[in-house]
Design a protein around this ligand. Structure first.
Ligand SMILES: [Zn+2]
Length: 135
């Protein structure tokens, strides 16, 4: 009796292992196909002040947080990153049009703070372009 039970157990375990293996192979094949179909792209926020590009923020990789532009660039502008989107935050300007633009995350999304001459624009970059941009 015990032997039959053990055999059943063994068969069940082998069955589960085989199913898991097949699932693993299918998952890998699917992932590889996905990579092939859409080459990995990053959403990058380009920050320019007075016409000069000063920062490139990789929204795809960047964790939530606040970037203060004041210490480095002397503009009273903070940028908030949340869920891979970027938004003007705590800006000292009279109109606040920049903050009303809300979160930017898609290609070509843009917000401008005229009084501070600050522009944030999102663009898509391939991994290669990003690596080049970093330097
Ligand atoms: Zn503004």
């Amino acid at each position: 009796m015990f032997q039959i039970k053990d055999k059943q157990k063994f068969v069940t375990i082998v069955f589960i292992v085989v199913v898991l293996l097949i699932a693993g192979v299918l998952f890998l094949a699917f992932e590889l196909q996905k990579e092939k179909d859409s080459p990995m792209q990053y959403a990058v926020a380009r920050v320019s002040i007075d016409g000069a590009n000063v920062e490139y923020i990789n929204l795809t990789l960047q964790e939530d947080g606040v970037i203060d532009l004041k210490p480095k660039y002397h503009v009273p502008v903070q940028l908030q990153i949340k869920n891979h989107a970027i938004c003007f935050h705590n800006v000292t300007c009279p109109d606040k049009i920049c903050e009303k633009a809300g979160y930017l995350k898609k290609d070509m999304d843009m917000a401008v703070c005229m009084p501070n001459k600050t522009v944030v624009r999102v663009e898509l970059m391939s991994k290669q372009e990003w690596e080049k941009q970093k330097h």
